[in-house]
Design a protein around this ligand. Structure first.
Ligand code: GAP
Length: 709
């Protein structure tokens, strides 16, 4: 069984030097992590495996390392400055701030239905729509409807503006010419609203704020933005959306867009935001590495004399000022991406027998899916274990309302993380069409701009098209983008590799002892719960939190019921916050810990190519110089090829356990026989099997089994 909680993986990472909290000396900064000695090895190995498989083993790929800081214009024309944002609302009563979709996802079914009903009234959609849809759908619909500008899209679609799309904000859906029509349509939509509170609130709100009359207005997207904001605020109040922190109805502010890009400035700028000087010097820390590749498409193509189809791969840091980072290193504000932009022919130039965009998309999804499975599986895994690993990965096509503004189709590769995190995206494979290169190119034909809903780019100095010698034509290539997170990959591989195993069956007597200890703990805990309840009922402080103690007892019962295989989990249960200050727990912890140490091991069944340390060498006795010398000589023989460690700081059994816990595939022990016949004991991590191997045969033996390339 792989890890059954992120906590197990996180504890191991902290204990063994994979990951440390960032700036810990000053109390840490939320969601920034430092990668320790083993973490940096693992991360480097993941990136190396990706780089080798993506570039070296293919004939159609090149590498790149673009600057993190790029011209602000990159982010203006890519659409990130306008759209890469999350909506936030504040509760004026207690100052708490929430991401709108997260707030909605914590509401009861009743509140959500109330919200949707009001929206339906506002938009005059058929009521059947919300009778049949699921809770998830309601949350996602409402949150996307309430965020600025998508509501106008709904109205625009409803009133039949040609080209309106339900899944796109209007700023990307409409060209400037359509805006006058849009505003007229919005005015009509407002006029059509039921002449009740909704209409009044809406119209009065607008009049209050900008003195707008819902007829004959100047075209302005600002009005459209304010319209949805007013509706959202009104709806949150009308549906009595509650604050999850205390369960009371909140006094919600207007939802505000919060751009996820970190701002900085080039040069000594002290001007305030909003001034021309500041705007001129502003740069962003890149939120994706992809744009660096688009900037260099033509350079790479010319310098390397590449013909389409070809791809460019890049690994690098990305930064997002995430509103809700968390789940250890799953969602962080600084992370690493491994991205490919694969340039292909536009559909109209694809000849018979060549792959079209959809086929390239499918092929990349398949390739990338295989990559994840390959490195998530230890070569020693049985068929059954391989199937189990495969069942924790899936490829899921995004629904139209999930698609980013640039994507025609996206398939997410997801992993089933342990605990409440559940299925999480680890890579997105997107068909970005010719959106990006067209967005950054000068002189794009009018009909293409219209099709892509782009404005002409007058800042660009380059035409990002390509002369296809076969087609004898110029075109802007389409792009398939497999985009994976390197740090998220590290969490994925760690979760899948983590195993707690019983290596020596505890005796029946030892198991019975734990069961009787657990019964004793329960008796004491129940007494403490009653005492605490009395104290609380009398309005006094209690030593124990009854709910937490109950939760601890539930966990203890559940783990004890699965003994012996759950031995390590029983020990972890004793660290539960509800177990604190319970006297019997303090008493029973040391013997349980000893039993866990004697009978179990934690092992990271990492693919050998990813393992931070490939080989550990031990002398059987550290006070025998001839054994130490030979062990060190073996270490030196391999140290230029991969990470190998020498260790003599404990007995062999304990040294094996330490290496198992960090995923070292092979351990070598040098003993007295080695001095006589030139052989050593090689112990394999997963099976724990040992065999004698000639020292001279070690290079061949290890290179075959470590699968380093
Ligand atoms: N260029 C496309 C792009 O950036 P994305 O889905 O936003 O697409 C791609 O990101 C991958 O980057 C995700 O599948 C995930 O593995 C990783 N990623 C995104 N945001 C992340 C974060 N805040 N922390 C860690 N990894 C993240």
């Amino acid at each position: 069984m792989p890890a059954n909680s992120l906590e197990q993986v996180r504890n191991l990472c902290m204990r063994r030097g994979f990951v440390f909290p960032g700036s810990a000396v000053y109390g840490g900064v939320a969601s920034f992590w430092d990668y320790g000695p083993l973490g940096v090895e693992l991360l480097n190995n993941i990136k190396k495996a990706w780089w080798q498989d993506t570039i070296y083993t293919r004939n159609d790929m090149e590498g790149l390392d673009a600057a993190v800081l790029m011209s602000r214009k990159v982010w203006q024309h890519s659409g990130h400055e306008a759209t890469f944002s999350d909506p936030l609302v504040d509760n004026k009563k207690n100052g708490k701030r929430y991401r709108l979709d997260h707030l909605l996802s914590q509401q009861t079914e009743e509140v959500l239905r109330g919200l949707l009903r009001r929206l339906v009234q506002l938009l005059k959609m058929p009521p059947e729509l919300f009778e049949t849809i699921t809770r998830e759908r309601i949350v996602s619909d409402i949150s996307s409807l309430l965020t600025s500008s998508t509501l106008e899209a709904q109205i625009a679609t409803k009133v039949g503006i040609p080209g309106a799309r339900l899944d796109q904000p209007l700023s990307t859906t409409f060209s400037a010419n359509d805006r006058a029509e849009l505003i007229r349509a919005l005015a009509r939509a407002v006029d059509e609203l039921p002449t009740k509170a909704e209409k009044l609130a809406l119209v009065l709100g607008l009049q209050d704020q900008i003195g707008w009359q819902p007829v004959d207005q100047e075209p302005s997207l600002r009005i459209a933005g304010i319209l949805s904001v007013r509706v959202a605020k009104y709806l949150l109040a009308a549906a009595k959306v509650v604050d999850p922190s205390d369960g009371s109805v909140g006094e919600w502010t207007d939802p505000r867009s919060f751009n996820l890009m970190f701002k900085s400035h080039v040069g000594p700028v002290e001007a305030a935001v909003g001034t021309e000087e500041e705007a001129h010097a502003r740069v962003y820390l890149r939120p994706e590495t992809a744009q660096g590749i688009f900037m260099n498409f033509a350079h790479v193509q010319r310098a390397m004399a590449r013909k389409v189809p070809f791809g460019v791969a890049q690994i690098g840091k990305a930064f997002r000022n995430e509103i809700t980072p968390g789940n250890f290193i799953f969602r962080t504000r600084e992370f690493e991406q491994m991205e490919i932009e694969f340039f292909i022919k536009p559909p109209q130039f694809v000849k018979e027998g060549e792959k079209n965009d959809q086929q390239w998309h499918e092929e990349w999804v398949e390739q990338r899916f295989k990559w994840w499975l390959r490195y998530a599986t230890s070569p020693s895994a049985t068929l059954e274990e391989r199937d189990a690993t495969a069942s924790r990965f899936r490829a899921r096509a995004q629904t139209p309302d999930e698609l980013a503004h640039y994507a025609k189709a996206t398939t997410d590769i997801e992993y089933l993380f342990p605990g409440s995190l559940g299925w999480g995206e680890i890579e997105g494979v997107a068909n970005r069409t010719d959106f990006d290169l067209s967005a950054h190119s000068k002189e794009v034909p009018e009909e293409d701009l219209k099709r892509l809903k782009l404005e002409a780019n007058h800042d660009s100095t380059e035409k990002l098209d390509y002369f296809d010698p076969d087609a004898k034509a110029r075109y802007i290539p389409w792009v398939i983008e497999p985009s994976a997170g390197a740090t998220r990959a590290m969490l994925t591989f760690l979760c899948e590799a983590y195993h707690d195993e019983v290596v020596t069956e505890p005796t029946k007597q030892q198991i019975d002892q734990i069961k009787s200890d657990a019964a004793m703990i329960r008796k004491n805990a129940e007494k403490k719960i009653k005492e605490a309840q009395k104290e609380l009922a009398a309005g006094r402080e209690a030593k124990h939190d009854p709910a937490k103690v109950e939760a601890f007892l539930k966990l203890l019962d559940e783990t004890v019921a699965r003994l012996p295989e759950s031995l390590t989990e029983v020990l972890t249960a004793l660290d539960h916050e509800g177990a604190q200050n319970l006297e019997p727990v303090k008493k029973f912890r040391p013997p349980t810990e000893k039993l866990v140490e004697d009978c179990t091991r934690t092992v990271l069944r990492l693919h050998p190519a990813l393992a931070p340390v490939k080989l550990a060498v031990f002398p059987l006795k550290k006070n025998k110089p001839e054994l130490v010398e030979l062990a060190q000589a073996i270490k030196e023989r391999f140290q230029r090829h991969f990470r190998v460690v020498y260790d003599d700081s404990a007995g062999i059994g304990r040294l094996y356990r330490r290496q198992d816990e960090i995923g070292t595939p092979f351990c070598i022990t040098v003993d007295f026989e080695s001095l006589e016949d030139g052989t050593v004991t090689v112990r394999e991590r997963d099976s724990m099997e040992q065999e004698r191997v000639k020292i001279d045969d070690l290079p061949g033996y290890l290179s075959e089994r470590l699968q380093l390339s």
